[in-house]
Design a protein around this ligand. Structure first.
Ligand code: 13P
Length: 251
């Protein structure tokens, strides 16, 4: 898969079904530049309406925010990749820091989820990122490289080529404290080099690496202009149709 500009929204656990449908509908008529893709990661309950509301816009894709690593069976309350696929969603966010921290998702579990999503032909949006303590210790780059190694290094270059990576420093999520464009670039350049060691230069060059953490209409352009920042994974600002539209136009 060639490198694309991607504006991805993560609604997290927000919006009623009518609010969500309205937000998705606003994207159905959005003009999206060539070479850019829009993805919205919506709650499971909103997948179907989001797929339907955006069906007329070929640049907009729908993602789940999580999935179970098993095919099917006695896993009460869980959602399988086949279920997500059968609705028409195409992407799955994996390893968001909120899943890692609040729901104790480990690199090993995420490896199994990555494999399941790829096996079913959907696209993982693999999240990684360090907390403030790790950043202040100066070991942040090694830490995030380790997250990629533990969950992705077993893949073939061909399988890896289907993955989108999202770097989201935890200290910048929902805090209004964005990583500077230089901080995002430094990390993402290092991650791309690390990916090149595992999968080869071409696969690493073709991988879209997104930045997430307080991306807003006012800072998106500067962040996205960095050579290794191929777009954003946007939380709070993706809940406002107009603001998210401006972020989509920031490449
Ligand atoms: P905010 O944009 O609200 O900081 O959230 C970022 C994020 O976690 C996206 O997945």
């Amino acid at each position: 898969m060639a490198r694309k500009n991607i504006a991805a929204g993560n609604w997290k656990m927000n919006t009623s079904i009518s609010e969500g449908t309205q937000l998705a509908k606003a994207l159905s008529t959005k003009t999206v530049a060539d070479g850019t893709e829009v993805i919205i990661a919506v709650p499971f309950t909103h997948l179907q309406s989001a797929v339907e509301a955006t069906a007329s816009n070929s640049k907009v894709f729908i993602a789940a925010q999580n999935c179970n690593e098993n095919d099917k069976g006695a896993y009460t309350g869980e959602i399988s990749v086949d279920m997500i696929d059968s609705i028409g969603a195409t992407h799955v966010v994996l390893g968001h820091s909120e899943r890692r921290e609040i729901f104790n998702e480990s690199n090993e579990l995420l490896k199994a989820k990555v494999d399941k999503v790829l096996e079913k032909g959907l696209t993982p949006i693999f999240c990684c990122g360090e907390n403030l303590e790790i950043r202040e210790s100066g070991k942040h780059i090694d830490f995030v490289k380790g997250q990629l190694t533990d969950s992705l290094a077993h893949l073939s270059a061909d399988s890896f080529s289907k993955i989108i990576v999202a770097y989201e420093p935890i200290w910048a999520i929902g805090t209004g404290k964005t990583a500077s464009p230089e901080q995002a670039q430094e990390m993402q350049e290092a991650l791309r080099a690390h990916l090149a060691e595992h999968f080869g230069a071409e696969a690493a060059q073709n991988c879209s690496i997104l930045y997430g953490g307080s991306v807003k209409p006012g800072n998106a352009k500067e962040l996205f202009s960095q050579p290794d920042v191929d777009g954003g994974l946007v939380g709070g600002a993706s809940l406002d149709a107009e603001g998210f539209g401006q972020i989509i136009d920031s490449f």
